[in-house]
Design a protein around this ligand. Structure first.
Ligand code: 13P
Length: 257
């Protein structure tokens, strides 16, 4: 079963509508020829709808950065899966470490969000990763495994197979300190094995993205690792040339096993 690479840009709280439209206009042109790699952009909520219209005729897909797990109700400030699906989202990022650290998301709510995303017809990009203190305490594998288990708990195999997982070590996010390809591969391999124990087909089909200070000049080596199928990119996705450089590093081959 082949796994297509996926390069997703998480814009975080950057870009007005006008800036977002300028960025996707340039990006569309730069990656128009790419056929062997999935590409997604995750603008802030305010820019989702205009960006959806702007990329309709392109090979870019839309992602949201977050969703709440209820579908309606008195949840001030929250946005649900069906609303995201309606404005044209294909993916939604779930449980990003900034949501866990700054907005009180827990292991339990990450599982609810993954399920809510699937229920709305969205593909969750489920984020897991250890802090620096956890790595230094040699707890990386234990922490990441527990986060993975919480996010996929209770998912039927057929649903699980449609998940995307992003390993984002917290110490590598926005710091310029990228995990070495070996450090990332080690964790990705553990994630793949854990998925295989649940369902061999899920292990074969789920793209495992690496995130944390990915740039055009380090992407190739990371993506050359057996179990790294793509990237979730923060800072370098805010500039069309640098994001396109990462897409091109990924588009050299379709991965498989
Ligand atoms: P940076 O690429 O800026 O390190 O951010 C990674 C990230 O958090 C993507 O979700």
């Amino acid at each position: 079963m082949a796994r297509r690479p996926l390069i997703a840009g998480n814009w975080k709280m950057h870009k007005t509508v006008a800036e977002a439209l300028a960025l996707v206009r340039d990006l569309k042109r730069l990656v128009a020829q790419v056929r062997d790699c999935d590409i997604a952009v995750a603008p802030p909520y305010t820019a989702l709808f205009p960006v959806a219209k702007a990329i309709e005729d392109s090979n870019l897909r839309l992602a949201a950065q977050e969703l709440f797990y209820e579908n309606k109700g008195a949840f001030t400030g929250a946005v649900c899966g069906p609303m995201l699906e309606e404005v044209g989202c294909h993916y939604v990022i779930v449980a990003h470490s900034e949501r866990r650290q700054l907005f009180g998301e827990t292991l339990v709510t990450s599982g609810k969000r993954v399920k809510a995303a699937f229920a709305a017809g969205l593909t969750p990009i489920f984020c897991i990763g250890e802090t620096l203190a956890e790595r230094q305490a040699n707890d990386t594998m234990k922490i990441v495994a527990a986060q993975l288990d919480a996010g996929i708990e209770g998912l039927p195999a057929a649903t699980l197979r449609r998940l995307v997982v992003a390993y984002e070590p917290v110490w590598a996010i926005g710091t310029g300190v990228v995990a070495t390809p070996q450090q990332a591969q080690e964790v990705h391999q553990m994630i793949r094995e854990r998925l295989r124990a649940r369902d061999p087909e899920a292990a074969a089909t789920i793209p495992l993205l690496y995130g944390g200070s990915v740039k055009a000049d380090n992407a190739k080596e990371l993506l050359a690792q057996t179990d790294i199928d793509g990237a979730l990119v923060g800072g370098a996705s805010l500039d069309a040339e640098s994001f396109a450089g990462i897409v091109k590093a990924a588009s050299v081959r379709t991965r498989g096993q």
